[in-house]
Design a protein around this ligand. Structure first.
Ligand SMILES: Cc1ncc(COP(=O)(O)O)c(C=O)c1O
Length: 410
C-alpha cells in the first residue's frame, strides 16, 4: 500500500455534524448510525436504472429490524439464506422472499414453505434432492444457481463466481437440475441465477456471465425458464474512485432479457446500505511511534469486533474527524482498535489529519457488513444502532451489556 494515500473521505451529505455530535453525546461510542434518506436515495437510483427489475435486498448486508421494516414499506423483496434471516424478513413484513444459500436444511425448507416463500435458488443437485422430499405448492419455482467459473476481479473472499468457490452448479449440473424440475411441471422452473461476487466493478465480468448463461436459456427458455437472477455485488469503493457503471450493465442486460423474454431479478446488498451508515468511534489513546516505525498509532474504541471488514478483506473505509472534515492530512498512521490482535485495526498506513485524544472519528460506508458481522470477541459489547429519519434520531438497537453476554449461559 502506498504511503502517500490519503485518509480517504466522502462528503457527509446525509450525516450532519450537529446530528452526529448529538448522537455521540447521547448514545456514546462505538455506535452505528444509519440515514434512511441515503438508503432511499440508493434504492431510487437502482429503480431508475432497472425500472422493471424485481429487487430483493440481500438481508445479510444489514438485517437491522428498523431498517428492513422501512424497506418493506418501500416494497422491496429480500434474499434470505438462514432461518434467522427468514424469520427477520417475515417479522418485518417484507413482501417477497427468495430463499438462497449453499445449505438448505429440512427445517429451513419447512419454515420457508410455511412462511410463504415461493422462489428458491438452488445451489446444488443435492439441494434439489432435499426439495424432492417435500410437496411443492403449485406456485413454487426454482432458480438454479450456476457457477460461471470466471475471475470476478475482486477480493478472493468475495469471488463467489470463481471455479474453486463452493457456490453454484456447473452448467451441466444446472441443466440436469432443470430437467428434473421440468418433470414436475414447467411452472416450477424460474430460470438461472448467477451472483459472481461482491465488490464487482469490471463490466466485462458480465460478458462472461452472459456467455455462460446463453446455452442454458437457448435450451430452457422455451421450456419455462422465464426469469433471470443476476444477484448483487455492485461495488461501493472505499476511496470513491470506482463507481459501478449501471448504464453499462443495463446495456448488457437488455438485449439478453429481450431475446429470451426474461423477467429480471437483482439482489443488491451493499449498494443499498453501505453508504447509508457510518460508525462513530472515539479516540482513546495516541501513540506517536513515528521515530520507531514511522507511524502514529491512533487507538479507538472500535475495531475488528465491531467492524471486521478492514481485518477480513483489507477493506478501506473512508473516515474523518468529526468537526474537522477539511483538516490537512500530513501524518502517517494507523487507526487501531482496542483489542489484543494485530489485525484489530480500522485503517492502515494512511496520511491522517491531526488527531487528539477524545476526537470522534466517523467511519463511512459502514452500513453494510458492519454490525451484522460484529462479534463478542474478547467479550466486546456489540455497538448500539441509531436511525436518522426525517431529521429525527432514534435508538434502534441498544448497546450490549454484560447481561447480554451471559444471557445464554447456564
Ligand atoms: C446470492 C447473493 N446475492 C446477493 C448478495 C449481495 O451482495 P452485495 O452485498 O455485494 O450486493 C450476496 C452476497 O454475498 C449473495 O451471496
Amino acid at each position: 500500500m502506498s504511503t502517500s494515500e490519503k485518509f480517504p473521505q466522502i462528503s457527509p451529505q446525509f450525516f450532519s455534524q450537529p446530528l452526529l455530535e448529538t448522537i455521540a453525546n447521547d448514545f456514546a461510542t462505538p455506535t452505528y448510525v444509519y440515514a434512511l434518506d441515503a438508503l432511499k436515495n440508493n434504492l431510487a437510483g437502482l429503480r431508475r436504472h432497472f425500472p422493471k427489475a424485481d429487487l430483493h435486498y440481500a438481508l445479510k448486508a444489514n438485517p437491522s429490524g428498523a431498517l428492513i421494516k422501512e424497506m418493506a414499506a418501500l416494497n422491496i423483496g429480500a434474499e434470505v439464506i438462514t432461518l434467522g434471516e427468514l424469520q427477520r424478513a417475515v417479522h418485518a413484513g417484507i413482501p417477497r422472499l427468495i430463499l438462497g444459500g449453499p445449505a438448505q436444511s429440512p427445517q429451513l425448507i419447512q419454515a420457508a414453505l410455511a412462511n410463504g416463500v415461493r422462489q428458491v435458488s438452488l445451489d446444488s443437485l443435492s439441494q434439489l434432492a432435499s426439495w424432492q422430499d417435500v410437496a411443492w405448492p403449485e406456485d413454487l419455482s426454482f432458480f438454479l444457481r450456476v457457477n460461471p467459473a470466471l475471475d470476478p476481479q475482486t477480493h478472493a473472499h468475495l469471488a463467489t463466481g470463481a471455479v474453486t468457490s463452493k457456490f453454484g452448479m456447473t452448467s451441466s449440473e444446472a441443466a440436469e437440475a432443470a430437467e428434473q424440475i421440468l418433470k414436475q411441471g414447467a411452472t416450477h422452473l424460474a430460470g438461472f441465477h448467477i451472483h459472481a461476487g461482491s465488490q464487482i466493478h469490471a463490466l466485462d465480468v458480465y460478458d462472461d456471465i452472459f456467455k455462460c448463461l446463453r446455452p442454458l436459456y437457448e435450451r430452457f427458455a422455451s421450456q419455462g425458464a422465464k426469469a433471470l437472477n443476476l444477484g448483487g455485488g455492485f461495488i461501493v469503493s472505499g476511496d470513491g474512485s470506482k463507481h459501478f457503471d449501471f448504464d453499462g450493465l443495463r446495456q448488457k442486460i437488455e438485449p439478453f432479457v429481450e431475446e429470451f423474454g426474461l423477467a429480471l431479478t437483482l439482489e443488491p446488498g451493499r449498494y443499498l446500505t453501505a453508504n447509508a451508515g457510518v460508525l462513530l468511534t472515539q479516540v482513546l489513546h495516541i501513540k506517536d511511534h513515528r521515530s520507531v516505525d514511522g507511524r502514529l498509532h491512533v487507538i479507538c474504541d472500535a475495531g475488528m469486533a465491531d467492524l471486521i471488514r478492514p481485518a477480513l478483506y483489507s477493506a478501506e473505509h473512508p473516515m474523518y474527524v468529526l468537526g474537522r472534515q477539511d483538516a490537512e492530512q500530513t501524518i502517517l498512521g494507523d487507526v487501531d482498535g482496542p483489542l489484543c490482535e494485530n489485525a484489530d485495526r480500522l485503517m492502515q498506513q494512511k496520511q491522517l489529519p491531526e488527531i487528539v485524544q477524545g476526537d470522534i472519528l466517523v467511519v463511512e460506508q459502514a452500513g453494510a457488513y458492519g454490525l451484522t458481522m460484529a462479534s463478542n470477541y474478547a467479550s466486546s459489547f456489540r455497538p448500539a444502532e441509531v436511525l436518522i429519519k426525517d431529521g429525527d434520531v432514534r435508538l434502534i438497537r441498544k448497546r450490549e451489556t454484560f447481561e447480554d453476554l451471559v444471557a445464554l449461559e447456564l
